[in-house]
Design a protein. Structure first.
Length: 150
């Protein structure tokens, strides 16, 4: 496995909570999938922490993805953050699930890099008021060698 890039994002939860509270802004629906919104349901303070960490994960992914594209133009003019979804593996460990144009662009990057398998985005989340943070490590598996060992 080869590390391609690392992305880190930190969110101040007090101002993030103010943004979430503005229902007229449409920020929540434009940023989070229905599953992410459902998974974050809890007491308001916990909800803010959970959504802030998920927002940080989306931003950290974009930073890692951008870093892995060094020397190449951006793959997309705009990124729909709902296409970068934070999911739970069923045991409380967060992971990223990519959809739509983002998933296609990452597959294209894997092909450009000659990766032997789809690129992987490893995710770690943390939240402790007044901050939430996420780290994404983007990695690639090497291409399988041919019969001559090359």
């Amino acid at each position: 496995m080869t590390t391609l890039a690392v992305g880190l994002d930190v969110v101040t939860t007090t101002t993030f909570g103010e943004q979430l509270a503005d229902a007229a802004s449409g920020f929540v629906d434009a940023t989070f999938t229905a599953r992410e919104q459902r998974d974050a349901r809890a007491a308001e303070a916990i909800r803010v922490q959970r959504l802030a960490a998920r927002f940080a994960a989306k931003e950290a992914f974009v930073k890692a993805w951008s870093g892995a594209r060094a020397g190449r133009p951006p793959a997309l003019d705009t990124v729909d953050l709902r296409e970068i979804e934070v999911v739970d593996d069923g045991h409380g460990r967060p992971a990223l699930r990519l959809h739509g144009a983002v998933a296609q662009a990452l597959a294209q990057l894997a092909a450009e890099l000659g990766a032997g398998a789809p690129l992987r985005a490893h995710l770690s989340l943390s939240h402790d008021p007044p901050t939430a943070a996420a780290v994404v490590v983007l990695s690639a598996s090497p291409s399988p060698r041919d019969d001559d060992g090359r």
